[in-house]
Design a protein around this ligand. Structure first.
Ligand SMILES: [Zn+2]
Length: 126
């Protein structure tokens, strides 16, 4: 874990969304709450709250991807779908060697420049 407190930058984070009308949690952000049909204004975010997705997760399923695009100097990458303690699910890269379905992992968010264009924040579960 990198200590960002000594730098004048914020640790990268990925946000979940909470509908303040009914309290339902969402990730990724929907335009309309699936529980109460309340509309989320993507500009003002009115009546919706955001929170960082972080902390312990449970690994629901995973896969090993071989034949990576040119430019990777590893044989494969591991990806998984996890569930946070609040019930939200997300996918991301796995930072463990031997993943097992049901295992507990921790969440890290890192800035990835693996894709062309602007860097994006991605989950690493380890
Ligand atoms: Zn709602």
């Amino acid at each position: 874990m990198i200590d960002f407190s000594m730098y004048d930058v914020k640790a990268p984070e990925i946000l979940g969304y909470k509908c303040l009308t009914c309290g339902a949690l969402h990730y990724p952000a929907p335009m309309i709450c699936s529980k109460c049909s309340s509309r989320r204004d993507p500009v003002t975010g009115k009546r919706w709250e955001t929170f960082p997705l972080e902390g312990p997760v449970t690994l629901l399923t995973w896969t090993r991807v071989w034949n990576l695009p040119e430019g990777y100097n590893v044989k494969y990458l591991l990806f998984g779908i996890v569930e946070f303690e609040n019930g939200l699910r997300a996918s991301g890269r796995l930072g463990v060697d031997e993943p097992r379905t049901g295992m507990k992992l921790n969440t890290r968010v890192e800035e990835s420049d693996e894709r062309p264009g602007k860097p994006v924040n991605v989950f690493v579960f380890e």
